[in-house]
Structure formats: structure tokens, C-alpha cells
Design a protein around this ligand. Structure first.
Ligand code: FIX
Ligand code: ZN
Length: 444
């Protein structure tokens, strides 16, 4: 039976907050953007019962991967700078040595209050390990006792995630080869495939060289035949992977200037990518704002951000009404503009609090702005996890904040005389954590 909270003056805010938090916790989330893979893509840490470790395997899991997450690599160089430990020396260390270094300096010699450090603690705790033990070898032992395939179930259970969306980068040789060798590599139904092809839009000359090497005719300035070949390439990979949407990450300088824009990226996007997706009823995810290699010596930890151009997104939504765009922007300054754009275009779904925005203070601010402008019609979060167990902390921390914002909004409308039932709350939680994304990708 659904209870309705409507006795405004006596409405107990603390009880309402608890109720909403419980409902959010019990609602399965579809994690709509991660860099996670099932064990079929190989894993460097095999665990018990599994086949031999595959050093280049794509399924990352376990405490050493958690500690060497690139967010933490960037943080450890704040504490042990490169004038003390040169970058090259750090990168020469084994994974375990890097993890030891990060554990020592960020956890033992400092207080682990940053969001990425806190994430490791929440993860250990929710997996039944005690962070107070501070026993890195003990944690290592526990992880190596897990079977990776069963471990996926345990982690999904602990994080309340019912489906994990992958990022399947067709320009990554390691990944590409695995799809070509084993057509069933992506058939684990817990993981949904997504076709990712940044070079097509960010670096056409190198994408064209690759396409030619793979047997697709590609010219420097794409001719109509060249465009047809890009479409053939995309179709082949959409068939091979069964992708549920396509994705690219773009720099802050990305511009789409309209139907007569002659930039090569716009031509490829307009004539090859978007028509192929429209034909297949697939959405396109645009992740805009990353400045790659601000400090290249930090490798993957060295990327930064700048503001993106929201007018380009509005033009895309206008010019391609038969396409759907999921958009996340990396700069905090873009968030209000993006939410306003989503009020104008029903083929635009703002999603997630990406990367440097995935901190409690900013998640809360973004979620409030989005809810105030869009009601419940957005996808508040994705994990962007690179290491399996990260979904535990990313979802636990985010659920708490989404619940807090939602409870405040309920309290406001209850005060205005609108009753909110438990069923209403469950429906809203499901929309936010699952259905808005599911309906958008399905074109409903
Ligand atoms: O481009 C992306 O998908 C980014 O999310 C990643 O490249 C980035 O390194 C990341 O892990 C952010 O969380
Ligand atoms: Zn990502």
C-alpha cells in the first residue's frame, strides 16, 4: 500500500529524506556510460577458478586497479611531485608498486578525504572489507580469491546496478582484435555495447588512414564514395557489436556550424554518422569539453577541460530532428546552458556528472539545476567507472545526493499542497536511474 505524505505543516523532513533515500537505494540503476568489460574481454587479474590472466585484458578489477585509477594518479603527484619521483619512474613501476605508492602517500600519510580516495573506502566497506584494517595485502588476498565472472554479480548487487554500458572503441587495436577474433565476446547480457569512434570526428586524417588499412576506401577530403565507405564501416561495426548507441568525446573547440558547414568533422558527422544512426534509430552521445594531454607526462591522468559551445548542440538538434543526442559537458560553467537547451529540444537528453564534475558539491548543484528546469526528464548520473568495483562508490555517493535533492523538491511541493505518494517516489526514482535513459535510447 502506498502512503501519501500530504500533511504539509507537520511533514517530517527527516523522515521524508530517509524514505526517499531508501527508495533510491532500492531502485536498480542502468549505468549508461562506463569503461567496464566482462571477463570475456580478458582480465589482467584472473582470480580463482578463472582462466589464466591476460596482461592486456580489458576487464579491470581489484584493489591495485582501484588504487591506480587515473584520478588518484593525478592526486599522488600533488603530494609526491615529479621533482621527487619523476613521471617516467612512476610509469616504470609495476601496477602493484604504483598502488603501494598511492596507498602510502594518499591514504596512510594523509587523510583520504578527496572524492576519489573516499571512493576506495566506500567500495571496500560495501564489499564487506574493513577500511579501518588499512591492510593492503589483506585486501589483495581477498580480491584474488574471487572469480571475476561471479565477482561482477556481487559488485552489481552491492552497487544496485542492473546493467552496465560499455565503451567499445573501434579504434583501439586491443579491443578491435577481440571483437574480430570472437564474435560472441560482447554477448554477456549484463553489459550493453556502445560504439565509440572519436578519431572519425576529432582526427579525420588518422581515421582515414586506419579505415584504408581496414579495407574501406577513405580520402583526405571525403567524396560521396568516401562518405559511403564511412557508412559501410559504421554499419559493419554496429552489426558486429550490437551497439545500443554511439558515442564520441570531443574537445571544447568542437563546433557544428549548420548545414553548409564545410569542416571535415561536420561533413562526416552530417553525411555519414547521423544518417546511419537515424536509419537505425540509434542515439548519439556527445561528451564535450575534454582537453587531452594538458600534462602529457601524466598520461591518461593528464587531461583537462574547458567550456564547450552549446550553440553547436542546439544547431545539431535543430538540423537533425530525426536524430537523438545524449549530451554531457565537462565544464561546470556549461551546465545551466545545457539544461536550458534541453528545454528547447526534445531530442536532447542531458546525462551524468562527468569526470571532474563527479564530486558531491557539483553533483548536488547540477542535479538541483536540472530538476528545477527539467523536472524528472534527464539522466542524472553515470559512473564512468574504469575499474569494476568503482560502480559501488560512484552509485552509492550519487544516490545519496539525488535522494537529497528529490526530497527537498518533494518537501517544496508538499508545502504547496500537492500530496506525494510512495508510488510517485518509486516512479520518479525509476525514471531518473533507469527509464529516462532506456526510453531515450529506444526512441520512445
Ligand atoms: O572520454 C571519456 O569517455 C572519458 O570519460 C575518459 O576518457 C576519462 O579518462 C575518464 O575516465 C573520466 O572519468
Ligand atoms: Zn568515459
Amino acid at each position: 500500500m502506498s502512503t501519501t505524505i500530504s500533511d504539509t505543516p507537520r511533514c517530517d523532513r527527516a523522515q521524508l529524506a530517509r524514505q526517499v533515500e531508501e527508495i533510491l537505494d532500492a531502485t536498480p540503476a542502468w549505468d549508461l556510460h562506463t569503461h567496464l568489460y566482462p571477463a570475456s574481454f580478458g582480465t589482467p587479474l584472473a582470480g580463482t577458478g578463472a582462466s589464466a590472466a591476460d596482461p592486456k585484458g580489458l576487464m579491470l578489477w581489484g584493489i591495485d586497479e582501484l588504487l591506480t585509477y587515473h584520478y588518484l594518479v593525478a592526486e599522488v603527484f600533488r603530494v609526491v611531485p615529479s621533482r621527487v619521483l619523476p613521471y617516467a619512474d612512476f610509469w616504470r613501476m609495476s601496477k602493484q608498486q604504483q598502488a603501494d605508492h598511492i596507498w602510502q602517500h594518499l591514504f596512510l600519510e594523509r587523510t583520504p578525504v578527496s572524492e576519489a580516495c573516499r571512493g576506495v573506502l566506500t567500495t571496500l566497506q560495501r564489499l564487506g572489507l574493513d577500511p579501518a584494517d588499512k591492510d593492503l595485502d589483506g585486501y589483495r588476498k581477498w580480491f584474488t580469491q574471487q572469480d571475476p565472472n561471479d565477482h561482477v554479480d556481487r559488485v552489481m548487487q552491492a552497487s544496485g546496478v542492473c546493467r552496465i554500458t560499455m565503451t567499445n572503441d573501434v579504434f583501439d587495436d586491443n579491443e578491435r582484435q577481440r571483437w574480430l577474433t570472437d564474435p560472441a565476446v560482447g554477448s554477456d547480457s549484463r553489459f550493453a555495447p556502445v560504439l565509440r569512434f572519436d578519431p572519425l570526428l576529432c582526427d579525420w586524417p588518422s581515421a582515414a588512414r586506419q579505415l584504408s588499412a581496414w579495407g574501406y576506401r577513405a580520402d583526405e577530403n571525403p567524396s560521396p564514395e568516401g562518405i559511403a565507405e564511412v557508412r559501410r564501416f559504421l554499419s559493419d561495426w554496429l552489426d558486429r557489436t550490437g551497439a545500443i548507441y554511439c558515442a564520441v568525446s570531443l574537445p571544447p573547440t568542437f563546433r557544428y556550424n549548420g548545414l553548409d558547414d564545410t569542416q571535415v568533422s561536420s561533413v562526416i558527422f552530417r553525411e555519414a554518422v547521423l544518417p546511419t544512426l537515424a536509419e537505425r534509430n540509434l542515439a548519439m552521445a556527445l561528451m564535450i569539453g575534454v582537453l587531452r594531454g594538458v600534462n602529457p607526462r601524466l598520461s591518461i591522468a593528464g587531461d583537462g577541460l574547458e567550456k564547450a559551445d552549446v550553440s553547436s548542440i542546439c544547431r545539431l538538434c535543430t538540423d537533425f530532428p530525426d536524430n537523438r543526442f545524449m549530451v554531457t559537458l565537462l565544464s561546470r560553467e556549461n551546465q545551466h546552458e545545457l539544461a536550458v537547451a534541453a528545454r528547447k529540444f526534445d531530442n536532447l537528453l542531458p546525462f551524468g556528472c562527468w569526470w571532474f564534475l563527479n564530486n558531491p558539491s557539483i553533483i548536488e548543484e547540477m542535479t538541483r539545476v536540472r530538476m528545477e528546469l527539467l523536472g524528472t526528464s534527464f539522466a542524472p548520473q553515470h559512473s564512468d567507472a574504469r575499474v569494476l568495483e568503482q560502480i559501488v562508490y560512484k552509485w552509492s555517493h550519487s544516490r545519496e545526493i539525488i535522494a537529497k535533492v528529490l526530497a527537498d523538491k518533494y518537501a517544496d511541493i508538499i508545502r504547496a499542497g500537492w500530496p506525494v505518494s510512495e508510488d510517485d517516489m518509486r516512479r520518479d526514482a525509476k525514471l531518473l536511474l533507469h527509464d529516462n535513459f532506456q526510453n531515450f535510447v529506444a526512441g520512445r
